[in-house]
Write a protein that binds this ligand. Structure first.
Ligand SMILES: [Zn+2]
Ligand SMILES: [Zn+2]
Length: 488
């Protein structure tokens, strides 16, 4: 994992059965040793650990923000000056676990504060959430009541909410979405409360309060032409997407993952996380993974022994490359800047890495790709840049009779010049792929053990606390991180 401390903590958590994993363990004022394998006293951590203001570690449970660039082992990509949010478990829990007592559970706040005297009223739990009010203005934190879960739905305590390139487009007003809106369409959390009739996840496994889950961002209507006739729910004309097109005034405003709690409606695909899955690893390709599983699983599968070029080295590009590698392909990543390619390489993603962003040397990059294939061109090019100009370059990397799979142009960034003769001359199959469904998320989670065995996915992730959403968005916009995740 990216942070050595995380790894240590996780090794402890490995022994905790089921999904009630402690995502992270750190020790503060009252604890000065840890697991026997690494010992960090409060003195050593002083200046490196900053408590989250709304929690008291003295109470034993809460969150903290850690800055510890000095305590990092492993690849250079692991070095990060950015904070990562952690969940604090009490020392007692760890200690008891080590002593062989009953497995600890993630401590949970009571759903309602209990009346402390006769006649006192129950107080509704509230949740912070990042709200987009006006386009081109920074989204801000608001507070909302946590509703009772709907029948067939559930409420989930968001542990992590991913930031996607799409979110920048949403904030910039590039998509026609209603505001105000709680943002965040990628998430992972623990079940807070189950609505009536909500008993199982999409795999048929029982879900209980405290279970770690992910959920699909979209719900198809099941009624429209695409859903019924074409059986293509990604093309649903009435698709509702958490964090994208839910109105704050309709239902619960808590419909995005950049929040302490999200209210999931009936029809949401919920997948329980298998034991032993690192949530940070799961978040690395939370959106990109299912998107590429749709694209590579159905739209244009990778075939045995193929050579694949991936244009783009953001999460979608790296997910494309990793999945193509798992499928047995030799993968050339054409992207940049160099630090990003180095991080991909360090994570084991991509067999060849061709820098094109900083150098701007497009024809040179095409030459390198062609050289990898003795001038023939690759069997499959996967476009994951979102830059219209990339399409012309991509057609020139493909071999005659090859395929061009376009995934990255999710938002309309305008027209681009390309030479249609290349499509005919090379007899290319041009294939588009749009978004993903709940079953693609289910498949992604099923593949996570294989993905994490082969690739260092957590090294791609940088976490910020919810309160630093502005900084996180800035870094995403600047391209200085690969995958940004907010931790509530
Ligand atoms: Zn996304
Ligand atoms: Zn539909």
């Amino acid at each position: 994992m990216a942070w050595h401390q995380d790894y240590i903590a996780w090794k402890i958590a490995d022994n905790i059965p089921g999904p009630r994993l402690i995502n992270f363990v750190i020790f503060l004022d009252s604890v000065n040793e840890f697991n026997g394998s690494i010992s960090l006293s409060p003195e050593q951590m002083r200046g490196l650990v900053e408590r989250h203001s709304m929690y008291s570690p003295k109470g034993g449970v809460g969150t903290a923000v850690i800055f510890h660039p000095e305590i990092v082992h492993g690849a250079a990509a692991n070095l990060s000056p950015y904070p990562r949010r952690v969940v604090i478990a009490t020392y007692d829990e760890i200690h008891n676990k080590a002593a062989g007592s009953a497995p600890p559970r993630i401590p949970r706040e009571p759903r309602h504060s209990a009346p402390d005297r006769p006649g006192a009223y129950m107080t509704m739990k509230t949740s912070r959430a990042v709200v987009l009010k006006d386009f081109r203005r920074p989204p801000a934190l608001g507070t909302f009541d946590v509703p009772e879960p709907m029948t067939g739905g559930l409420t989930v305590t968001c542990r992590y909410g991913g930031i996607c390139g799409t979110d920048l487009h949403l904030i910039a007003g590039h998509l026609d979405i209603p505001t105000p809106l709680v943002l965040g369409h990628e998430g992972l959390g623990t079940v807070d409360a189950l609505g009536e009739g909500t008993e199982r996840d999409i795999n048929g496994d029982p879900i209980e309060v405290g279970d770690a889950v992910m959920w699909a961002s979209s719900i198809a209507c099941d009624r429209c032409h695409a859903c019924q006739k074409l059986r293509e729910p990604t093309l649903c004309e009435n698709r509702r997407t958490y964090g994208v097109n839910r109105l704050s005034s309709a239902g619960s405003p808590l419909s995005g993952s950049w929040a302490d709690v999200i209210a999931l409606e009936p029809g949401t695909t919920v997948v329980k996380l298998p034991a032993g899955i690192d949530p940070i690893a799961a978040m690395s390709f939370a959106c990109a993974g299912p998107t590429m599983i749709h694209a590579l699983g159905e739209r244009r599968p990778v075939r045995l022994g193929e050579i694949v070029a991936v244009q783009g080295s953001g999460p979608v590009g790296l997910a494309a490359a990793a999945l193509a590698q798992l499928a047995g392909a030799e993968v050339i990543i054409v992207g940049g800047p160099p630090a990003r390619l180095a991080a991909a390489k360090a994570a084991g993603i991509g067999d060849h890495h061709v820098e094109v962003v900083e150098s701007g040397d497009v024809s040179g990059a095409i030459d390198v790709v062609l050289a990898c294939t003795r001038g023939q061109g690759v069997d499959l090019v996967i476009e994951c840049t979102g830059v219209p100009e990339a399409v012309d370059q991509g057609t020139r990397m493909a071999r005659r009779g090859g395929s061009y799979l376009i995934v990255g142009q999710y938002t309309d960034s305008g027209n681009a010049w390309f030479n249609p003769h290349q499509i005919v001359y090379r007899q290319l199959d041009m294939v588009g792929s749009w978004a993903f469904t709940g079953t693609h998320l289910q498949e992604y989670i099923r593949m996570l053990p294989a993905l994490t065995r082969r690739f260092d996915l957590p090294s791609l992730v940088t976490c910020w606390p919810l309160t630093q959403v502005g900084e996180a968005l800035h870094q995403v916009g600047a391209g200085t991180v690969i995958k940004a995740v907010l931790a509530a």
